[in-house]
Write a protein that binds this ligand. Structure first.
Ligand SMILES: Cc1cc2nc3c(=O)[nH]c(=O)nc-3n(C[C@H](O)[C@H](O)[C@H](O)COP(=O)(O)OP(=O)(O)OC[C@H]3O[C@@H](n4cnc5c(N)ncnc54)[C@H](O)[C@@H]3O)c2cc1C
Length: 618
């Protein structure tokens, strides 16, 4: 039976958006016996015949190409600065679009369909802060860990798996039976290749000598082999060299798409996934209870799509007997709330929208990492990339495509070495430095081409966690649900970090990376530092470089949990203030951006929300 002809059915829950938050939640609710309709604006594109699919989705090394694949991508163009002159100084600025590219995925699985698959556990302080803010003890760090254990199926600590199985003791607190497989990938060529091995060894030794507290780090290392998600390291707020756990299964990407599809297959009567369904507003009864949603049925209806359709789409409604849960992500969930009359009454009026709940916090408090790259051109090409075209059919693809024993550089996301460090500006580790084999200096249209075209680059990406800037915002551009919202991050001096601590920390990160690569340069392995470049040496020059070139890709916090009078949008159990039967479960719920890599925290709140919702209906 076609979807158009399907009989209207009342579901208990409607979940909007199938990303890290929504996919996780919808699957868990259905598994627990609830009937759920999961509405997703994008298609299940990996099933399509679109160019470079499914390989862009599946192959870990193709993640940058996935984020630029026209069948999956939603391109937002955001402002880092309101000031046009300042904004223009960023070479990534696309003037015709009035902003800097911010990739998102409008497809089944959301941004888990194109992200770099890095799963790094957040800081315990992130959860404890939520407990303090809300007085809700279920947010405390020790309790939250159980959600990670529930969702993870850790394959990279086999010894821990067996000791846990045999002794019942699990000090690492990894999960070994969840739905999200984690693996590590380090191609044997990387270790077998003398040149790359030397680069890695030199960097590791230099990083070690820069960080200090050697004994402590050695102890951590021998306990966990550099596993950033081992509970003992998380609890100790540890720092030092780390490997990168990836969400892959037999070195193929996995995420909320696989989770949703497998539960829908097992329980077709409970979970219905409807793609190409752009939700345009929440429907309410007279008591402000959410009773369903209105949506447009059709392909490519959202304006951020690479090739947006002019088709009007078919207007439909779906009804929820219990609740509507918004999981559209940090840009789309506030947009949807505002389109539904929930937001600042004054701002809604400007777009002709009548306020149902005057909730000025909606869309405010936008936060992100600050990221910057130190880009080195190496003297020699990386051998493991010889002839690599980053497409189907090259030797590296053939190595990856051997299903019995997937190997080679395409099993990795390009990241070879990671270092966690605490800057002088923070009490906790706040810098994550990732050494990537490839040329990467942030996002702009066509950025992924650089990776395929150059085989002699090492980019050290510095991610600054725990930002003090929460001045960013998402606002409606118009009342048209197909038009993306206005997104302003208000970086550095335009933001709320008046002492400039974030900027100082990022600059410290660059100086650290330079110190780490000092010996490589001394030995003549590096041809040139292309970015920031040798001409940027003084602190003032580095400040300018960071202000002009920084970017982020973990947008969050735009519908924060917290008291309404302090700009909060949600209660501690994810309910939208002033409404009934309406929750938000995605990256927008955090009052402060969690961890170094956000997706672990978003998956975890998907699991937590399911617990909260199910407990209420027992
Ligand atoms: C290029 C890139 C690489 C990244 N790499 C990493 C990484 O390696 N590690 C990490 O931790 N994080 C990474 N992230 C970030 C991380 O993937 C996201 O923060 C996370 O997926 C957010 O989850 P979410 O549920 O809030 O939203 P999303 O995963 O974005 O899901 C939202 C979903 O809602 C749908 N939707 C939106 N509006 C509507 C509507 N009106 N109607 C119906 N559906 C709608 C969207 O199509 C989308 O599928 C990366 C992000 C990017 C952009």
């Amino acid at each position: 039976m076609s979807e158009a002809a399907a009989p209207a059915r009342a579901y208990e829950y409607i979940v909007v958006g199938s990303g890290a938050g929504g996919g996780t939640l919808a699957a868990r609710l259905a598994e627990a016996g609830r009937s759920v309709l999961l509405l997703e604006a994008g298609g299940d594109t990996t099933d399509s015949t679109a160019e470079r699919l499914p390989e862009d989705y599946e192959v870990p090394a193709f993640h940058a190409f996935a984020s630029e694949n026209p069948a999956m991508k939603w391109d937002f163009f955001v402002r880092h600065y309101e000031d046009e002159e300042r904004q223009k100084r960023d070479c990534k600025y696309t003037e015709q679009r009035g902003g800097v590219l911010y990739p998102r995925a409008g497809t089944l699985g959301g941004c888990t369909a194109h992200n770099a698959m890095i799963l790094v556990y957040p800081h315990n302080a992130d959860w404890d802060h939520l407990e303090q803010l809300t007085g809700d003890r279920s947010w405390n760090a020790a309790n939250m860990r159980k959600y990670f254990e529930r969702l993870e199926d850790c394959k990279h600590r086999p010894l821990k798996y067996w000791t846990t199985k045999l002794t019942g003791r699990n000090p690492s607190r990894h999960g070994f039976g969840g739905w999200l497989t984690t693996e590590i990938a380090m191609p044997m060529e990387a270790l077998g290749n003398r040149y790359l091995r030397k680069v890695l060894e030199e960097s590791a030794v230099d990083a070690s000598s820069q960080i200090g507290e050697r004994l402590k780090r050695l102890r951590w290392f021998f306990k966990t082999r550099g596993d950033p998600n081992d509970w003992r390291l998380v609890r100790a707020n540890s720092f030092g060299l780390r490997f990168l756990p990836l969400t892959t299964k037999n070195h193929v990407r996995v995420g909320s798409r696989e989770r949703g599809r497998s539960v829908a297959k097992k329980f077709p009567d409970r979970l219905r996934i409807e793609c190409d369904a752009l939700v345009t507003r929440v429907l309410f009864d007279d008591t402000n209870r959410a009773i369903g949603v209105e949506y447009l049925k059709g392909e490519r209806l959202y304006g951020a799509h690479a090739n947006p359709s002019n088709d009007a789409g078919e207007r439909r409604q779906a009804h929820a007997a219990r609740e509507v849960i918004l999981c559209g992500g940090a840009f789309n969930t506030p947009q949807l709330l505002m389109l539904s009359g929930i937001g600042s009454a004054e701002e809604l009026k400007q777009h002709g929208i009548e306020a149902r709940v005057d909730l000025p916090g909606v869309g405010k408090n936008l936060q992100d990492r600050y990221e910057i790259s130190v880009v080195y051109r190496m003297k020699e090409n990386w051998q493991m990339l010889a002839g690599a075209k980053f497409s189907k059919g090259d030797d590296q693809y053939r190595q990856w495509d051997n299903k019995k024993k997937r190997e080679g550089v395409y099993t990795t996301n390009g990241g070879m070495l990671a270092v966690i460090k605490r800057s002088k500006q923070d009490k906790l580790p706040d810098l994550f430095c990732l050494g990537l084999v490839g040329k990467f200096k942030g996002y702009f249209p066509g950025y992924s081409k650089l990776i395929a075209e150059h085989h002699n680059y090492l980019s050290w990406i510095i991610l600054k966690a725990r930002t003090l800037n929460n001045a960013g915002r998402v606002a409606l551009q118009s009342a048209d649900p197909r038009q993306p919202p206005k997104i302003q991050f208000r970086y550095f001096d335009e933001g709320s970090d008046k002492q400039g601590k974030d900027l100082d920390a990022v600059v410290e990160g660059i100086q650290f990376v330079r110190a780490m690569t000092h010996d490589l340069r001394a030995q003549g392995l590096v041809a040139a530092e292309e970015l920031p470049g040798d001409e940027s040496r003084s602190e003032e020059q580095l400040n300018e470089f960071v202000r002009d070139n920084a970017w982020g890709h973990h947008a969050s916090c735009t519908c924060p949990i917290g008291p309404r009078e302090k700009g909060g949008v949600l209660t501690s159990d994810f309910r939208v203030h002033g409404t009934k039967g309406l929750r938000v479960v995605d990256a927008s719920v955090f009052p402060r951006i969690p961890g170094f890599f956000i997706v672990s925290a978003v998956y975890m709140i998907g699991e937590k929300a399911a617990d909260v919702i199910l407990a209420e209906t027992k």
